[in-house]
Design a protein around this ligand. Structure first.
Ligand code: SAM
Length: 251
């Protein structure tokens, strides 16, 4: 059975999350926040869509004009097909079995691509492999599970600027949402690490996350000290750098 962060896939295309059934009517808080960044009238490709809840919910709400749910794996692909079918949306939300952005075809005229709930490294690979399919796309809505710094680095290196960011905590996990649009931007190493918008806004969720991260990194550094011979100096230096940045951002 497929396991998501804090959410277990149920065998009838429905999810239980702290007593709530998650489906195309009731999105998780995380997907609701992603949905909030999809503009009215968008033509959305949701890559790694799994159950297809995001594009179907946005179509039912009248937010998107057209949707593509892309899935690389057979079981979630079938699940997305069921979600689309039970809502009678076959003509408006296309489900494709495809690797990454190969799910996007020129005739879709996609304006927004979302990638959610997968590792940031995987997202970089998907974006890199499918760059040429992003022509005409005016917004990327990304919710990586980790490697946010790598993802920001990919974005800035490939002609995107970050226009919005959010950090939220759900089911004991911190989730970052990064919204990017074509444009030129220059970010410092700290901005890539914390998120340029997040570090400027310093929300309560941001402060809580980084206080926790500081404690973890200080603990790791203490462990490094105890096993000094075994840990490369470059790794210790990197942790010290991060601890310095976090201490500074927390003020
Ligand atoms: N996007 C949904 C969400 O955030 O709730 C589902 C997240 S689920 C954890 C990740 C999904 O991404 C899985 O269904 C997996 O099959 C799909 N996936 C992973 N790599 C992919 C790729 N290269 N192309 C398309 N889908 C992919």
């Amino acid at each position: 059975m497929f396991e998501m962060r804090g959410v277990r896939r149920q065998n009838r295309g429905r999810l239980q999350n702290q007593g709530f059934t998650l489906n195309e009517q009731t999105l998780s808080r995380r997907l609701e926040r992603v949905a909030a960044h999809v503009p009215q009238g968008a033509r959305l490709a949701d890559i790694g869509s799994d159950h297809g809840f995001l594009p179907v919910a946005l179509m039912l709400r009248g937010v998107i004009e057209a949707g593509v749910a892309g899935e690389v794996a057979q079981t979630p692909f079938a699940s997305a097909q069921r979600t689309v079918r039970r809502n009678g949306l076959e003509a408006r939300v296309t489900v494709r079995l495809a690797d990454g952005l190969a799910a996007v075809e020129p005739q879709d005229r996609i304006s927004v691509v979302s990638l959610c709930g997968m590792g940031g490294e995987t997202m970089c690979e998907i974006l890199e492999a499918g760059k040429q399919r992003l022509a005409g796309v005016t917004r990327l809505v990304l919710q990586p599970n980790g490697a946010e710094r790598d993802l920001r680095q990919w974005l800035v290196g490939n002609g995107y600027r970050i226009v919005s960011e959010e950090l939220l905590r759900e089911n004991r996990f911190d989730y970052e949402i990064i919204v990017a649009e074509p444009g030129v931007a220059v970010y410092t190493a700290e901005q890539l690490y914390f998120g340029p918008v997040l570090m400027q806004e310093k929300s309560e969720a941001f402060m809580v996350k980084w206080r926790r991260m500081l404690r973890q990194k200080q603990q790791t550094l203490a462990n490094f000290q105890r096993a000094r011979d075994a840990v490369p100096q470059a790794k210790i230096d990197d942790f010290n750098l991060q601890v310095g940045w976090i201490t500074q951002v927390l003020g």
